[in-house]
Design a protein around this ligand. Structure first.
Ligand code: AKG
Length: 274
């Protein structure tokens, strides 16, 4: 008997075709990713926590969830944490339209919120930190879940990543599923098992092809780029100018940096109340 197909999980190894890939790489070369600090630099970190830089540079589209604002996490943290960001470039908008169609036609309706659409993208750059004459492999992500409602989709470019779903509190136990995410692949997961009960992680990223993907980031060599697309209800996304004053103050230095290479962020900075 054929095993029942899991309607809440999709893996397609060859989703991104060569023209789309080339267009994405050209667009990536125009980005200036940020290397954020985990907590606000304007006040001491929360009790028991230490300030640290994120493991890797990132760029967000649609809405930027700055690490120091704590990330979008309903029902506790929904206001003042999602800052409107640049729209998707045309190539990603086209791929997202295809992904949304797959979800709407393939996933059980009860795991897709009524107004669900992929309006947020985290671009993760995986690779090595270059520290003087040594390199430090920073290509991994620890166990976590994504709190945005509904299915999340991810596109991978570059070296293969070993992606795993694990049970909460069972870090050392065998993973529930291991999926190598290949160059040009698409993964989508949703529903209570993959999205809520299990945590996921990137255990490691191969380094077989001596890749150096765009853009050039000082002190870093990128060998994999991953785009995770998520849904944040539009009413929870605020323009930078409308973030609460304390949140605006926490992120203004990042926005100022972004504004040096992005007209969108230049306008956002100009529109803020003084
Ligand atoms: O790089 C990946 O494949 C997954 C990234 C991820 O888990 C995340 O951004 O939440």
């Amino acid at each position: 008997m054929q095993p029942r197909r899991d309607r809440c999980y999709v893996y397609e190894p060859t989703f991104v075709d060569a023209p789309a890939r080339a267009e994405i790489l050209t667009w990536l070369a125009t980005l200036a990713p940020l290397w954020e600090q985990r907590f606000s630099t304007r006040r001491p970190p929360p009790p028991g926590k230490e300030q640290r830089a994120l493991l890797r540079p990132v760029y967000w589209l649609g809405n930027w969830q700055f690490a120091c604002l704590g990330y979008y996490e309903p029902p506790r943290r929904i206001q003042g944490v999602a800052c409107r960001a640049e729209p998707f470039p045309p190539v990603l908008a086209r791929l997202v339209a295809q992904i949304e169609k797959k979800v709407r036609t393939g996933f059980p309706p009860q795991v897709v919120p009524r107004r669900w659409h992929l309006n947020t993208c985290l671009v993760n750059f995986y690779g090595d930190r270059i520290e003087g004459d040594r390199t430090v492999d920073a290509a991994r992500v620890g166990e976590h879940r994504d709190f945005e409602p509904g299915p999340v989709a991810s596109i991978s470019l570059g070296e293969r990543a070993r992606f795993q779903f694990v049970r909460r509190g069972a870090r050392e136990a065998p993973p529930v599923r291991t999926q190598w995410l290949e160059d040009n692949s698409l993964q989508i997961f949703g529903g209570p098992l993959w999205k809520d009960d299990l945590l996921h992680r990137v255990q490691r990223v191969e380094d077989k092809h001596d890749l150096s993907l765009p853009p050039t980031v000082a002190g870093f060599r990128t060998r994999r780029v991953n785009f995770t697309f998520r849904y944040v209800p539009d009413e929870h996304v605020a323009p930078f100018a409308e973030l609460p004053p304390r949140a605006r103050e926490d992120v203004v230095d990042y926005v100022t940096t972004l504004a040096t290479s992005s007209p969108f962020w230049r306008d956002a900075l100009r529109a803020r109340p003084v």
